[in-house]
Design a protein around this ligand. Structure first.
Ligand code: NAD
Length: 338
């Protein structure tokens, strides 16, 4: 069975998901839907992706811009086995009735509220929970990064309590309107930040507190992590466990990769599309254990770490592969793993 996939919302996340779906031998990208005939719409057509108007009243704008449409979003949704909604936060909730009207199961992104969906999803955390669901939310970039880290720690050592400070990029590189420009903001200033409760949508019983900051950077987020474990492994043992995960990259001490800039440069030099870094990047030297307290730093590429998770969520929802098989296939087709 080839899974017919629609992508509604073709921006930062949507265009990456469209490419990742196209790379999967068991999936076919039926088309993408966009609201405006901008450079990304033109490129979608150049890529050979059938382009659908997300808002019927705006069809004329595409015609005026000389960008060919294959139809309206409703036709795309009706024909698809699953739709990936990658619209801005809150628009997914507005689109839900469209997907329901056509009985098309839908994936949403982390900007939507958890109560919009049946299941909040992370492939490493709770893959099987999505099987048979109609509405699944792939959790945000930060929550994805935390779920990938905490799942093996919980399974191997037990987690008594996780405390994470998230140093968050102010905006994505193309988000010229977002800030801060020259500041360091406690954001949100009250505790906990929403990230801890969001991790609990995947692991309801995990004890986690999170604090957030925003800084004038666009490249990646950085997490400063302290996890009190239920046992006292040595640091080398923890590094080994984390290194064996499918979507982690343990930054080697001897490669002079000192931050997000070097990580992005490394990804570009390795020929990654858009310089994407799909893996949690954990600095090996930072992995420290004092009694039962584990400390480490990890960097998370906000624009891309959720992309392989969306691909897995499609298989999970339709029940076409188990977690191990899906993660293996997704990674192989996309080239995940440095
Ligand atoms: P984006 O603004 O880059 O892209 C959204 C796209 O959807 C744009 O092209 C926009 O024109 C289009 N759109 C707007 N209204 C639409 C509608 N009614 N129908 C169809 N398309 C419409 O946003 P993004 O960064 O890709 O974020 C999308 C979702 O992914 C949000 O929930 C966000 O929270 C989440 N997310 C974003 C990031 C990130 O860092 N960018 C990371 C993880 C998750």
């Amino acid at each position: 069975m080839t899974i017919q996939v629609a992508v509604n919302g073709y921006g930062t996340i949507g265009k990456r998901v469209a490419d990742a779906v196209t790379a999967q031998p068991d999936m076919e990208l039926l088309g993408v839907a966009k609201t405006s005939p901008n450079h990304q719409a033109a490129l979608a057509v150049e890529n050979g992706y059938p382009l659908y108007a997300a808002v019927p009243e705006r069809i004329e704008l595409f015609e005026a811009a000389g960008i060919d449409l294959a139809g309206e979003v409703e036709e795309l949704v009706a024909a698809a086995d699953v739709v990936v909604d990658a619209c801005p936060a809150g628009i997914g909730a507005e689109n839900r009735s469209l997907y329901e009207a056509h009985d098309t199961p839908a994936l949403y992104q982390g900007g939507e509220d958890a109560d919009l969906v049946d299941v909040s999803f992370n492939a490493r955390g709770n893959y099987a929970a999505a099987t048979g669901a109609d509405h699944v939310r792939v959790v945000s970039c930060n929550t994805t990064g935390l779920a990938r880290l905490l799942a093996p720690l919980e399974e191997t050592y037990g987690v008594e309590k996780a405390r994470v400070t998230l140093v968050r990029r102010g905006g994505d590189p193309a988000q010229s309107g977002r800030g801060p420009i020259n500041d360091i903001l406690p954001n949100p200033v009250s505790l906990p930040s929403h990230h801890g409760p969001d991790v609990n949508t995947v692991f309801p019983d995990l004890d986690i507190d999170t604090l957030g900051l925003k800084v004038p950077a666009t490249l990646m987020h950085t997490h400063s992590v302290n996890v009190t474990l239920e046992s006292s492994p040595d640091a080398a043992d923890v590094a080994d466990v984390l290194d064996r995960q499918d979507r982690t990259y343990l930054v080697p001490p001897d490669r002079d990769i000192d931050g997000a800039g070097a990580l992005k440069e490394y990804a570009m030099d390795r020929g990654r599309p858009r310089g994407d870094v799909w893996e949690n990047c954990i600095w090996t030297e930072s992995i420290t254990v004092e009694d039962r307290d584990l400390y480490l730093f990890q960097a998370i590429h906000q624009e891309s770490d959720v992309v392989p998770e969306n691909v897995d969520a499609i298989r999970a929802l339709l029940g076409t592969a188990d977690a191990g098989e899906s993660i293996r296939r997704t990674n192989e087709a996309m080239g995940v793993g440095f």
